[in-house]
Design a protein around this ligand. Structure first.
Ligand SMILES: Cc1cc2nc3c(=O)[nH]c(=O)nc-3n(C[C@H](O)[C@H](O)[C@H](O)COP(=O)(O)OP(=O)(O)OC[C@H]3O[C@@H](n4cnc5c(N)ncnc54)[C@H](O)[C@@H]3O)c2cc1C
Length: 397
C-alpha cells in the first residue's frame, strides 16, 4: 500500500501507477538528505523533475521517487569559477527550477545563449540528462558544470560539462551513470545595455524562415523566444492544458544515426544530415547492439578514450555518420498524424508525427503498444530501429 500519488499525476504523458513512496525535496539540503537516505536504504530510486521525459509503467515504481522541487538562481563570479569570457554571465541554478523560467529570465536580462531553447518543459536538473536541444541550440553549448551527488558515497562533486559525455539527446547520466544533479552552472553572454539585445546566430532553417532572416543572422532575444514559442505551439510542443496534442513526452523517438554506407541504400529523398566527427552515435545498428550500451561502461573515467573511439569510427567509411529524420521514416512507413491502433487511447499527435500522445485515460501499455507498432513498421520498411527518447520506467520496447 502506498500514500504516494499515481505517477500519472506527476508525468506529462499522464500514465503510470503508484510509487512505493514519494519524497518531495524543496531545498538543496533537503534534496541531498533525501537522496542520501534513499540510496543508503538500498532501494530503487527514481528522480523526477517535471516528469516531461519519463514514461512509467502501469504497475508504477516499486521504490522511492524523489521529486525535485528545489528553487534558486544565483550569479556566480565567472573569474572565481574558472575564468569565463569578459561578457560571460555565470548562473548556478537549482535542479528543481523550471527550465523555461530560466530562459525567460535570461531573455529579460539580455543574456544570450538559450533563447532558442524556449518552451522546453521540465526542470533544470534534467536538462543535462538528455542534453536538451531545439531549433539549433543545445544545453551543451552553455553548460559549464553540474553539482552531482554520487549515490555510492552521498558526496556532492562538481563535474565539468566536458566529462558528462553530452551528445545528441543523451549524456552519461542518461546512459546509466547514476547521480543526482543538485545544481547546474550555465554560462551565458551578456548583451550591452544599449540597442537590441541580439541572440546567437540563427542556426536552424525552420526558425530562420519563421523569422524571415537568413541562417547565421542575429535576431533580438525577445523575437527569437516569441517565434520559437509560436512554432512549438503549432506542433503541440509546449505544455498547454487546452491542447490535447501536448499530452505527451515530447518527441517519442530520436532521429536515428546510421553509417554513411547504410544511408546510401535509403531512398534518395530521405532527409539526412552528416554528423560532425565527434558527435556520438545513438541508434542501434541492425545487429541490435548499441554504442550507447557499450559506452555505459567506464563512463566518466574513460570519457576521453571514448571520444577518441567515436571520432575514429565517425571518420571511417562504415562509421555511423548520418542522421536521418525519424518523422520522415514514420510517415513514409505509412503512419500519419492522428494515427491510433483500433480501440486505443494512445495516438500519434495530430500536429507532429514524432510525438505519441495520451488522448485521455490511456494506459502505459497502450502507449508502449503504439510505440512498438511504429518501431516495427519503420524497421520493416527501412531496416532502422527507432530508439525511444523518453526514459522508460518498467516499460520494455
Ligand atoms: C511537449 C514536450 C516538448 C518537449 N520538447 C523537447 C525539446 O524540444 N527538446 C528536448 O530536448 N526535450 C524536449 N522534451 C523532453 C523534456 O521536456 C526534456 O527532456 C526535459 O529536460 C525533461 O525535464 P523533466 O524535469 O520533466 O524530466 P523528468 O521527466 O522528470 O526526468 C527525465 C530523466 O531525468 C532524470 N532526472 C530528473 N531530474 C534529475 C536530476 N536532478 N538529477 C539526475 N537525474 C534527473 C529522471 O530520473 C529521468 O531519467 C519535451 C517534452 C514535452 C512533454
Amino acid at each position: 500500500m502506498t500514500d504516494a500519488p499515481a505517477l500519472s499525476e506527476l508525468t506529462t504523458m499522464r500514465v503510470g501507477g503508484p510509487a512505493r513512496s514519494l519524497v518531495t525535496a524543496t531545498t538543496e539540503e533537503g534534496l541531498i538528505a533525501a537522496a542520501r537516505d534513499a540510496y543508503a536504504a538500498g532501494e530503487p530510486v527514481l528522480l523526477l523533475g517535471g516528469g516531461s521525459n519519463t514514461v512509467v509503467a502501469d504497475d508504477g515504481f516499486d521504490g522511492t521517487v524523489i521529486r525535485i522541487a528545489t528553487r534558486g538562481i544565483e550569479r556566480v563570479d565567472a573569474g572565481r569559477a574558472g575564468g569565463g569570457r569578459p561578457d560571460a554571465v555565470r548562473l548556478r541554478v537549482q535542479a528543481g527550477e523550471s527550465w523555461d523560467d530560466v530562459v525567460a529570465l535570461a531573455v529579460r536580462n539580455r543574456w544570450a545563449g538559450i533563447e532558442a531553447l524556449s518552451g522546453i518543459p521540465g526542470s533544470v536538473g534534467a536538462a543535462p540528462v538528455q542534453n536538451i536541444g531545439a531549433y539549433g541550440q543545445e544545453l551543451s553549448s552553455v553548460l559549464v558544470a553540474v553539482d552531482l551527488l554520487d549515490p555510492a558515497t552521498g558526496k556532492v562533486h562538481r563535474v565539468a560539462a566536458g566529462d558528462l559525455e553530452l551528445g545528441y539527446r543523451t549524456s552519461a547520466l542518461k546512459r546509466g551513470f547514476l547521480g543526482v544533479v543538485v545544481a547546474v552552472e550555465l554560462e551565458l553572454s551578456q548583451r550591452p545595455d544599449v540597442g537590441a539585445a541580439l541572440g546567437e546566430p540563427i542556426a536552424y532553417p525552420q526558425l530562420a524562415d519563421a523569422l524571415a532572416v537568413g541562417l547565421g543572422t542575429r535576431v533580438s532575444l525577445g523575437e527569437v523566444r516569441r517565434t520559437v514559442l509560436r512554432l512549438r505551439a503549432s506542433k503541440g510542443m509546449v505544455l498547454d492544458p487546452h491542447d490535447a496534442d501536448s499530452v505527451s513526452a515530447g518527441s517519442f523517438f530520436t532521429n536515428p544515426i546510421v553509417s554513411a554506407r547504410f544511408a546510401h541504400g535509403l531512398p534518395p529523398e530521405a532527409p539526412r544530415w552528416r554528423l560532425a566527427p565527434d558527435e556520438p552515435d545513438l541508434v542501434a545498428p541492425l545487429d541490435g547492439s548499441t554504442a550507447e550500451e557499450s559506452a555505459a561502461v567506464g563512463m566518466l573515467a574513460d570519457a576521453a578514450a571514448d571520444r577518441e573511439r567515436r571520432r575514429a569510427r565517425a571518420e571511417s567509411p562504415d562509421g555511423p555518420g548520418v542522421k536521418l529524420s525519424a518523422a520522415w521514416l514514420i510517415e513514409r512507413a505509412g503512419i500519419s498524424r492522428g494515427f491510433a491502433l483500433p480501440g486505443s487511447r494512445a495516438a500519434i499527435s495530430g500536429k507532429h508525427t514524432l510525438a505519441i500522445t495520451n488522448r485521455g485515460g490511456a494506459s502505459a501499455l497502450e502507449i508502449a503498444q503504439l510505440a512498438s507498432f511504429v518501431q516495427g513498421r519503420v524497421q520493416a520498411e527501412f531496416g532502422v530501429l527507432l530508439r525511444p527518447e523518453p526514459v522508460l520506467v518498467g516499460i520494455e520496447l
